[in-house]
Design a protein around this ligand. Structure first.
Ligand SMILES: O=c1ccn([C@@H]2O[C@H](COP(=O)(O)O)[C@@H](O)[C@H]2O)c(=O)[nH]1
Length: 236
C-alpha cells in the first residue's frame, strides 16, 4: 500500500451532508475514513453503511470501554456494519480484550470477514503530567508499551498510539503489530489544537507507522482539496 492509502481522515463533523462532502473532496487520493463519537452520535449506523457503500474503508472509532461482555457485543455490532477497523480502550483490561477478540474470531468463522481490532493505549491529548494527575504510576511511553503488550497478548491486531511511540511498540510487539497514529500535524498546519504528542506525517511514516489519522488539518482547511494535495506532496 502506498502512503496515501494509509492516511485515515477523521470525519469529525455533525452531519451526514458535511461528512459526505469531505469524503467527496478527498477522493480519489484518500480512501480511508474515520467515523468517531460526534458523527456516529449525530447520524447513527446507517451513515456508516452508506459511507462503506461508496467503496471506501471505514475505521469506526467509538473507543469502547466497559465490562467485557458489553464491549465484546458492541464490537460485534460494529462488525455487522461491515467496517474495516474498530477500537476499544486497552485500559479496560486483558479479559475485556480477550473476550472481544474471541467473539470477533467466532464472527469471522461464520462470516469470512472481520474488522481489525485496535486497542487505544494512551490518548494523544495526554502528556506525562496528565498521567500523573490521573494517578498512573508510569509515564506515557512506559504506559503505551505495557498496554500494547497487553493488547498483543490478548488478541488485538494493533494499537492507537502517538507517533512518538511507534518504534517502542514495534520493538516490543513486533513489526506486524499495527500502529494507528493520530496526533499528526503536517508542515502546512502545525497548530497542535488539543493534541500533546504530535509529529509530521512524513516523520510518522519514517518511524514505521502503518496508518496515520488526520482530522482538522484537512477537514478545517480553507480548501480540503488543496490540503489533500499538500499532504500528498509532503509524503512524496
Ligand atoms: O489517542 C487518540 C485517539 C483518537 N484520536 C482521534 O483522532 C482524530 C484526530 O483529529 P485531529 O483533528 O487531527 O487532531 C480525532 O478524531 C480524535 O478523536 C486522537 O486524536 N487521539
Amino acid at each position: 500500500m502506498n502512503k496515501m492509502e494509509r492516511v485515515i481522515v477523521a470525519l469529525d463533523v455533525d452531519s451526514r451532508e458535511k461528512a459526505l462532502s469531505i469524503v467527496k473532496q478527498c477522493a480519489p487520493d484518500i480512501s480511508y475514513f474515520k467515523i468517531g463519537k460526534q458523527l456516529f452520535t449525530a447520524e447513527g449506523p446507517q451513515l456508516v453503511k452508506d459511507i462503506k457503500s461508496l467503496g471506501v474503508k471505514v475505521f469506526l472509532d467509538l473507543k469502547f470501554h466497559d465490562i467485557p461482555n458489553t464491549v465484546a457485543n458492541a464490537v460485534i455490532e460494529s462488525a455487522k456494519l461491515g467496517v474495516d477497523m474498530v477500537n476499544i480502550h486497552l485500559s479496560g483490561g486483558s479479559e475485556m480484550v480477550r473476550k472481544t477478540a474471541e467473539k470477533l474470531n467466532d464472527f469471522f468463522e461464520k462470516n469470512g470477514t472481520k474488522p481489525l481490532l485496535i486497542g487505544v493505549t494512551i490518548l494523544t491529548s495526554l502528556d506525562d503530567n496528565a498521567l500523573k494527575e490521573i494517578g498512573y504510576a508510569y509515564n506515557t511511553k512506559e504506559m503505551v508499551k505495557r498496554l500494547a503488550l497487553l493488547g498483543k497478548e490478548n488478541g488485538a491486531n494493533g494499537v492507537v498510539c502517538s507517533p512518538l511511540e511507534i518504534e517502542i511498540v514495534k520493538e516490543v510487539c513486533g513489526k506486524d503489530f499495527i500502529t494507528v497514529t493520530p496526533g499528526i500535524r503536517p508542515e502546512f498546519a502545525l497548530n497542535k489544537d488539543d493534541q500533546k504528542r504530535v509529529m509530521t506525517p512524513k516523520m510518522a511514516f519514517e518511524k514505521g507507522t502503518d496508518y496515520i489519522v488526520i482530522g482538522r488539518p484537512i477537514t478545517k482547511a480553507a480548501s480540503i482539496k488543496e490540503a489533500v494535495k499538500k499532504l500528498a506532496n509532503e509524503l512524496k
